[in-house]
Design a protein around this ligand. Structure first.
Ligand code: URA
Length: 226
């Protein structure tokens, strides 16, 4: 692979920017300063450094974010702040996109990746990835209503798939769903005459939020996801 392509795919900058960086003498391959963007690098064996820092090649990147309320799940938007605005500088944003969507006022676990195929696979209606939410409700919930949530409720003409629903405290539940319809958790609670007043996703498949702080980002590996 050409050196300029390598650095671009590592998120160092655009092709034009990395050409300038290479030209400035800031890049070495196997300890030798390289001045040509056309230099051929073996992404498995060669040691590429930019300003003495090793730049390891990774085609696909996976990050989990503990989303903050007030940001929309989108790559960019002309009016609203997006989840991309929360990401710190060290996150490589090239081709990065969120997997699925959390509402503007929802907090919690959001996976972001530049692996379009994985993104597509996880979102496919056939994939049935478990998503667990912690929800605070306007009213306390009865065992009867929890049972309705488990069996499936009508959310505007669609009957939800079997889910897990557990009361953890008064007005607080954990709900695990296998699908991701628009506003699904909020609509499910509306279907049992209740209302979500606070919503946080605490897990997505094998990924868990655990003790991550609001706004915190962690890089994860594909093995942590699948
Ligand atoms: N269900 C909702 O209602 N909102 C979310 O953000 C996620 C699931």
């Amino acid at each position: 692979m050409r050196l300029d392509k390598y650095l671009t795919e590592c998120g160092i900058g655009s092709r034009k920017e990395v050409k300038k960086i290479i030209d400035s003498g800031a890049v070495s391959v196997n300890e030798k300063t390289v001045s040509s963007p056309k230099e051929n690098v073996n992404e498995e064996k060669d040691i590429v450094k930019y300003n003495e820092k090793i730049i390891k090649y990774k085609k696909f990147r996976y990050y989990i974010l503990n989303k903050i309320s007030g940001y929309i799940t989108a790559v960019d938007d002309p009016r609203e702040k997006t989840v991309m605005d929360i990401l710190p500088d060290w996150v490589i944003k090239k081709d990065l996109a969120p997997v699925g969507r959390l509402d503007k006022d929802t907090e919690g676990l959001l996976l972001l990746t530049n692996d379009g195929q994985l993104n597509h696979r996880l979102l496919s209606p056939k994939s049935h990835v478990d998503k667990t939410y912690y929800a605070e409700l306007e009213k306390d919930i009865s065992e009867d209503d929890l049972e309705k949530l488990r069996k499936g409720v009508d959310i505007g003409g669609y009957i939800t798939m079997p889910a897990e629903a557990k009361k953890i405290e008064e007005k607080k539940i954990h709900l695990t769903i296998k699908e991701g319809k628009f506003h699904q958790v909020k609509k499910m609670l509306e279907a049992v005459n209740n209302k979500v007043v606070y919503l946080k996703r605490i897990s997505f498949g094998k990924l868990e939020l655990k003790e991550m702080e609001l706004g915190e980002v962690k890089e994860v590996e594909i093995g942590d996801i699948e």
